[in-house]
Design a protein around this ligand. Sequence first.
Ligand SMILES: NC(=O)CCC(=O)C(=O)O
Length: 258
Amino acid sequence: MKIASIQLQITDTQLASDRIKKTDQLLDKYAGYDFFLLPEIWMTGYNTFDHYLEEAEPLDGPFVAHFAQKARELNAYLFAGSFVEKFNDHFYNTSILFNRQGQLIASYRKIHLFTYGSEEGELLTRGTDPVTVDTEFGKVGLATCYDLRFPEQFRKELDRGAKMFLITSAWPLTRLAHWELFNAARAVENQCFLASCNCVGINRGVVLGGHSRIIDPWGNVVAAGDENESVVTAEIDLAAVDQIREEFPQLKHRVPIE
Ligand SMILES: NC(=O)CCC(=O)C(=O)O
């Protein structure tokens, strides 16, 4: 599987339409790849909380339609990151995954909303269900940024058969050490691949940390970004998951703890 994590730069002066245009251009540049990732609430800007409600869209709105078409054009899986979803009178931080035909095969509403210096928890409703979904490469589990701190969500996804975690993020540079640690820990403890997509740039005074990663089930960082806009790429084979689980069967040694 050829995978590309599009580590977008977010600045306060960009228009949403320009962000989409730039993203389309970056995606087109990597046509031929099998799997793409984009960051968290990148169209609005994660820290642009005063725009959340006005820019929110339903799941059958233009944002989702646009990237369904893009996945179809690219003939690739596209984890288009997250956007502010409006459903009835509620708003969610919802990430979306399309298959090669442009079908929306999974949507995930962020469970652990971030409240530390963030308005996310006041504006949005939290999701309740972890999400896993089959792809032609194996089952993947979805998660969003702050979720990384909650290993039980990833265990649940593992127990549902996940072989790779896809993480969409807007994680700040000030806690880069935590980001690197949790990316690796979630991969190693579950013997899964993990691919993450973080943004870079300065959004409402918050310096975003980048360092998107692709990590194998042994914890090796196969590819990683820095603090600049870039596309982090790798070629991986999810068969390595079964191989490593067989060679080092830690998951068989779990003891139920009440
Ligand atoms: N967007 C987020 O969820 C930020 C999470 C974060 O900054 C942290 O966990 O630290």
